[in-house]
Write a protein that binds this ligand. Structure first.
Ligand SMILES: Nc1ncnc2c1ncn2[C@@H]1O[C@H](COP(=O)(O)OP(=O)(O)OP(=O)(O)O)[C@@H](O)[C@H]1O
Length: 250
């Protein structure tokens, strides 16, 4: 078994005449929290869209657990265990935390019509929902309505609904976006915990969070990979500093 759960080679995405991703190689090691960073417009979201098959690459290959998924469909790769948070795991604001989880689990089982007839399967569902709620630290909020939760707890709920799909590779799209300082600490700790069980690839602009959480980072600028490695090394790279970190820290 390769140490890399996902490998992208020579990824290119052209939008009309615009080269959004211009030949990106990316390797995600199993068990790592890997961050994809770079200034606005670098191509990070486009890479996420290519990996999750929301977009088809103009050229290049993507291999997941040794399988070529370059031409696979989004639903297929999700079933294979590449699950993206925040875009697809919409939560229902008027439902409780428990009901959001039950719904997410029910969707996954695809037994919407028959499910509620069988009380035992309902119990199994409740048990799993409660496990997931505990895993993201929301047990005290099990019966709270999602809309009443703080932003940080809502994000925790989003992570729980994503985990309900049993991912192997979890893609987090700017998990700190819109959070206040206190919530950043909570969600950051949660990602660290989640990272003990799952491989994580995250796009994140908050460099302190990236520095604290990531085993490895890839820096993109203008559609290309500028550098890759541990945060401590990469953050010293003059080219990276000039393109991104220097600008962010000055
Ligand atoms: N659907 C599209 N059609 C045309 N151009 C696009 C499309 N999606 C992205 N682009 C362009 O591709 C480039 C890369 O965009 P992308 O959103 O991937 O960058 P990003 O690194 O995620 O930026 P940000 O940090 O601001 O989210 C940008 O110039 C953007 O305008």
């Amino acid at each position: 078994m390769s140490q890399y759960i996902l490998e992208a080679r020579g990824l290119i995405k052209q939008f009309g005449g615009h080269l959004a991703v211009g030949g990106v190689d990316l390797r995600i090691e199993r068990g790592h929290i890997h961050a994809l960073i770079g200034p606005n417009g670098a191509g990070k979201t486009t890479v996420f869209n290519l990996l999750t098959k929301f977009l088809q690459p103009t050229a290049g290959t993507i291999t997941y657990r040794g399988n070529d998924i370059t031409r696979a469909r989004a639903a297929e790769v999700a079933r294979m265990g590449i699950v993206r948070s925040f875009q697809i795991s919409a939560i229902f604001p008027h439902l409780t935390v428990l009901d959001n989880l039950r719904l997410a689990l029910q969707r996954k089982l695809g037994t919407a019509l028959h499910f509620w007839r069988n009380e035992r399967s309902l119990d199994v569902l409740n048990e799993r929902a409660e496990e997931l709620i505990a895993a993201v630290g929301l047990t005290d909020y099990t019966h709270a309505v999602a809309a009443d939760l703080s932003y940080g707890r809502r994000r925790a709920l989003e992570i729980a609904t994503t985990l309900s799909l049993e991912p192997e590779l979890l893609l987090l799209d700017e998990p700190m976006a819109g959070l206040g300082r206190e919530d950043i600490g909570t969600v950051s700790n949660l990602i660290a915990t989640v990272g003990e069980r799952y491989t994580v690839l995250m796009v994140e602009h908050n460099l302190s969070v990236v520095a604290a959480l990531s085993n490895r980072i890839t820096v993109m600028a203008r559609g290309k990979v500028l550098a890759e490695g541990a945060y401590a090394e990469v953050s010293k790279d003059p080219e990276v500093r000039a393109a991104y970190m220097g600008a962010a820290h000055d």
